[in-house]
Design a binder for this molecule. Sequence first.
Ligand code: ZN
Length: 206
Amino acid sequence: MHCPFCRHGDSRVIDSRTTDDGTAIRRRRQCPECGRRFTTVETASLSVVKRSGATEPFSRQKVLVGVRKACQGRPVTEDQLALLAQRVEESVRATGSAEVDAHEVGLAVLEPLRELDEVAYLRFASVYQAFNSLEDFEAAITLLRAEREATGREPAHLLGGTAYHAGMPHTTSGALAGSAGPGTRLGAGPGVRPGAGPGATPVTPH
Ligand SMILES: [Zn+2]
């Protein structure tokens, strides 16, 4: 492989190790000409089988485009989208197979998208699962509600109090971060980064 710095036509592998999950190999290489080092990553190529039967290389970019469309007008950042696309690729690759159905890629999007934004999730699911009646939406919303109730108890437990839930039954973690003033944030300890969460007030020392 040629050197990405000086374009010399050859490079030497000086170290080679498998990533923790075993799905890739990282190679440290050195250019004999300029002496600089760089890393290459080797992964199995992953093909997506489309409904037509044609195959194409898996593209994180394509996942991103589809999800971004579903998230239009929603409070979702590009960083969150990129992270979601990365999670989708990881979960598809984790199947260990070199070829997956386009359908499986869509399935892998649903779960992380639901965690990110329920409205975007419904949009995506309605296209992907070809909703064609109000009943389809109703069923999906009923399922969302049921799952929200099932998981809704956890944050209350983690907060260790009932104050938030008594007054704000619909609080999301984002709203919680926003409602805490700078004073609260300072007292929250090193685990909480200033500026974390939407609507956070930057803490500036005087
Ligand atoms: Zn070089």
